[in-house]
Design a binder for this molecule. Structure first.
Ligand SMILES: CC(C)(COP(=O)(O)OP(=O)(O)OC[C@H]1O[C@@H](n2cnc3c(N)ncnc32)[C@H](O)[C@@H]1OP(=O)(O)O)[C@@H](O)C(=O)NCCC(=O)NCCS
Length: 210
């Protein structure tokens, strides 16, 4: 039995990260039955980070493979610019509007591909970094979320970001309890949360904590 460990993302982890994204996309639970296309959730919520800002991405791996990740960017404006220029154009050709039946979750993702999610300007100005964090059930509630968060915050802090925000469904009670417990404050009706990147145990020189 090999103990799970954190490490930096590698390009061969991409498929596992897409799978984790899908399996945690229903308010933290498995959304695979809700999507006809198993890749489309990841194309919006993890793909651009892994491709454009892999230096901030970390994963947790155990003997069954990669089972959790944190992705994000130190500068949300820069992320949005690069995603618009480099990530979305080919996706828009692959997923034209109307590609899936109206009213389906896949169609809602196509809408996001054509009009990507944006955080309100005043939040990006006060909290320039942002992140997404997801772990499969087998790795939840074992301290890896805290470790991933600490390691990610150390990385964006080293890149110059003093504060961070994240988006969360207000109905994802477990994630909100986790964020609150880690010192995040509600910035927008339970849907956007923020805090300093100065996180105990996340000094840049020891990103993986104790
Ligand atoms: C939310 C999530 C990232 C938390 O990661 P985790 O590894 O389960 O959390 P940890 O075990 O590292 O918990 C860290 C701390 O938060 C607390 N915590 C975690 N979940 C909690 C909950 N539901 N209620 C209360 N406290 C909670 C832990 O008790 C722990 O406290 P401690 O470090 O002071 O002892 C993870 O459960 C997950 O990926 N869930 C499914 C996907 C998801 O919802 N992602 C977020 C989308 S916005």
């Amino acid at each position: 039995m090999v103990a799970p460990r954190l490490r930096s993302f590698r390009s061969e982890d991409e498929d596992a990260c897409y799978e984790i994204c899908l399996r945690t996309a229903d308010d933290g639970g498995d959304a695979s039955r809700l999507h006809h296309d198993p890749r489309i959730v990841g194309e919006v919520w993890v793909g651009p980070y892994l491709r454009l800002f892999p230096e901030f991405a970390l994963v947790v791996e155990d003997e069954d493979g990669v089972g959790g990740y944190v992705v994000g960017a130190a500068d949300t404006d820069r992320f949005d610019e690069r995603a618009e220029r480099e990530w979305y154009p080919p996706l828009r050709r692959r997923y034209p509007r109307g590609h899936f039946p109206a009213g389906t979750r896949d169609a809602a993702l196509v809408d996001l591909i054509h009009a990507p999610p944006r955080t309100p300007r005043e939040i990006v100005e006060t909290h320039p970094a942002h992140l997404h964090i997801d772990l499969l059930p087998r790795l939840q509630r074992r301290g890896f979320g805290r470790k991933l968060m600490g390691a990610f915050l150390a990385r964006v802090r080293a890149a110059g970001a003093g504060t961070v925000h994240l988006g969360c469904s207000p109905s994802n009670a477990n994630a909100i309890a986790f964020y609150r417990h880690l010192g995040f404050e509600d910035l927008l009706a339970g849907a956007v949360w923020g805090r300093s990147t100065d996180f105990a145990g996340s000094a840049p020189e020891s990103p993986f904590g104790a």
